[in-house]
Design a binder for this molecule. Structure first.
Ligand code: OOB
Length: 559
């Protein structure tokens, strides 16, 4: 079968904006890998990448990326092929990303927690030619799952496996990651345009399954530049990747790619668990890292309890992914001894940050401002009116690194973008007179569990598979540790009983990522409805507030 060219599913920037972004120097028409390689040439012996005992200099990193690129070409991968990537944080992830950029193969950045439900859809929707996964990770057999998906998704030809137990017919990623290749001729003359898609990121997705976010070389390279500058990265930077590396934040805001751009050193760690993270920070003299608020809470608790004093090298802790409450923000510098940089970003594009040197009140109480002068933001009320400064409403944005449409999602795009093409973030914000943004809530059907986004509709669709469920609504229940967890409200058919366990089992049978499973069940006799007959989630959230704390794992029944 021949697959669709990626460009067929892309909404381009309007020509006048594209011209403007070039004239203003935001888009430089360089390929990402070429820009990154300049760092390698500047100081080839400098350590670029650390993963446990593995230490690669810039020269070695790019030799390996080239060798892998050659081997992927030999396997038959071509410019514009899509591959689903689901790897833990490890040096191979980095080498693979660079190799894909080198040969115009587009990685679809899946998350380690994804299971069949998500991966099969991603492979299908992107018409992926390969799936790249570990053999077994945390007791889950990813290789076996990839084989199941290959058998049902016709585009998938290759399974590329990281690990030691490679089944017959599958390809060993370790073997493809050779130290170098002495014949780079297959890498010459590849037709890759800087307007082509470099990577596909995943959206949190408010309707059903995650949407694919196309990021072009021009836009994503610019994203690296502006976020690296905002975080004051330079060649002395040692950046720790502790969040899942396929997320926009640790990937490119500035993340590991942004660190390479300035010639710094990247440290890969599989988990942000405090003991391991603190050891890595002190061992490698980490200067910058990114965390979600739930991780910051753990780090602060750990430091208060253990008084490790291990964070002396840490200059900047970037925090984003969900709202950092002011009380926690205020503790970062006193307890961890580093600067806080709030980052309010989205895989779709727009990144806002506080900056070093901002007044304390800004750093603690706001989510910062757009990193690029090309970012345009406006706040819109329920009737679509643009509000004056200080008004509270939904944030819309457009700019040189914010998408114009999700990949192959024509219908959804009509709702996710305004008629003039701005991205409707769904975040409810106030933009202060000084330009800093405060995130106050959201107007989108999404649950933010420790930075992982869960679509309410997706959970509901899965629970509707239960024949005894009459109506179901998934809403966020506030949680001290994770920010939010998934709570489901259900009404039941006559004579039916259900439990949280049963609904969780139902979702497990559907093979969805575990973070999406509901953690609180409320059985109710009547669902509140809006005037147009939709379930009134606002009323449900108010109901939750009235009920007070409900422990995770609980089911609540009518009296
Ligand atoms: C990051 O990206 P996504 O795509 O996983 O999620 C984006 C959404 C935003 O629309 C907003 O609802 C929420 O996550 N969010 C925040 C926030 N940062 C993200 N809400 C409140 N305060 C913040 N600081 O989450 C992301 C991407 C790049 C850098 C940082 C985070």
């Amino acid at each position: 079968m021949t697959s669709t060219p990626t460009s067929a599913g892309i909404v381009p920037w309007p020509a006048d904006l594209a011209t403007q972004y070039r004239e203003l120097g935001y888009w430089t028409d360089d390929l990402m890998v070429d820009a990154l390689r300049i760092s390698a040439l500047r100081d080839p012996h400098k350590i670029a990448l650390v993963d446990g005992d593995v230490r690669l200099s810039y020269a070695q990193l790019f030799e390996r990326a080239d060798a892998l690129a050659v081997n992927l070409r030999k396997l038959g991968l071509d410019v514009d092929d899509r591959v689903v990537v689901q790897l833990p944080n490890c040096w191979e992830f980095v080498v693979l990303t660079l190799a894909c950029l080198r040969i115009g193969v587009i990685p679809v950045m899946a998350l380690p927690a994804h299971r069949r439900h998500e991966l099969e859809y991603l492979a299908e929707h992107s018409e992926a030619v390969a799936i790249i996964v570990p053999d077994v990770l945390r007791d889950f057999d990813h290789q076996e799952l990839a084989e199941v998906i290959r058998d049902v998704v016709p585009s998938v030809k290759h399974l590329i496996i990281l690990g030691s137990d490679i089944h017959e017919g599958n390809v060993d990623l370790g073997a493809l990651c050779a130290e170098y290749s002495d014949d780079l001729s297959t890498l010459e003359g590849l037709q890759i345009s800087p307007d082509d898609i470099a990577v596909f990121l995943l959206s949190g997705g408010t309707t059903g399954l995650p949407k694919l976010i196309p990021r072009s070389h021009n836009d994503y390279l610019y994203n690296l530049k502006v976020t690296a500058a905002a975080a004051n990265l330079d060649a002395e930077t040692v950046y720790l990747v502790a969040l899942p590396a396929g997320h926009n934040f640790p990937l490119a805001c500035p993340g590991f790619l942004g660190t390479f751009l300035v010639g710094g050193t990247v440290v890969m760690l599989r988990t942000p668990e405090p003991r391991k993270a603190f050891d890595a920070i002190s061992r490698e003299k980490v200067t910058h890292t990114a965390a979600v608020p739930a991780v910051v809470q753990q780090w602060i608790d750990f430091e208060v309890a253990e008084n490790t004093g291990q964070l002396g090298s840490l200059k900047v802790l970037q925090v984003g992914g969900s709202r950092l409450v002011d009380e926690l923000a205020a503790r970062v510098t006193p307890v961890l001894g580093c600067e806080l940089q709030q980052v309010f970003g989205m895989a779709e594009g727009l990144i806002n940050t506080t900056l070093s040197g901002d007044p304390e009140e800004v750093i603690i109480g706001t989510q910062g401002r757009p990193v690029s002068p090309g970012d345009e933001v406006r706040v819109v009320d329920e009737d679509g009116n643009i509000l004056p400064t200080g008004g509270r409403g939904v944030l819309h944005t457009q700019g040189p690194y914010t998408l114009r449409g999700y990949y192959r999602a024509e219908e959804h795009n009509k709702r996710a973008f305004s008629s003039d093409g701005w991205y409707i973030t769904g975040d409810i914000v106030i933009i202060r007179p000084d330009g800093n943004i405060v995130v106050e809530g959201r107007d989108k059907d999404l649950i933010n569990r420790a930075g992982e986004k869960i679509s309410g509709e997706e959970v509901e669709n899965l629970i509707y598979r239960h024949p005894g469920i009459e109506m179901v609504a998934a809403v966020a229940i506030p949680d001290a540790k994770l920010g939010e967890r998934v709570c489901v409200y259900v009404t039941l058919r006559e004579g039916v009983h259900t439990t949280l366990e049963e609904l969780r089992d139902l979702m497990k049978e559907a093979n969805v990522a575990a973070y999406k499973l509901p953690e609180v069940l409320v059985v109710t006799e009547k669902m509140p409805l809006t005037k147009v007959g939709k379930i009134d989630k606002k009323a449900l959230r108010e109901d939750l507030a009235r009920r007070g704390p409900i422990a995770p794992g609980s089911s609540v029944y009518p009296e």
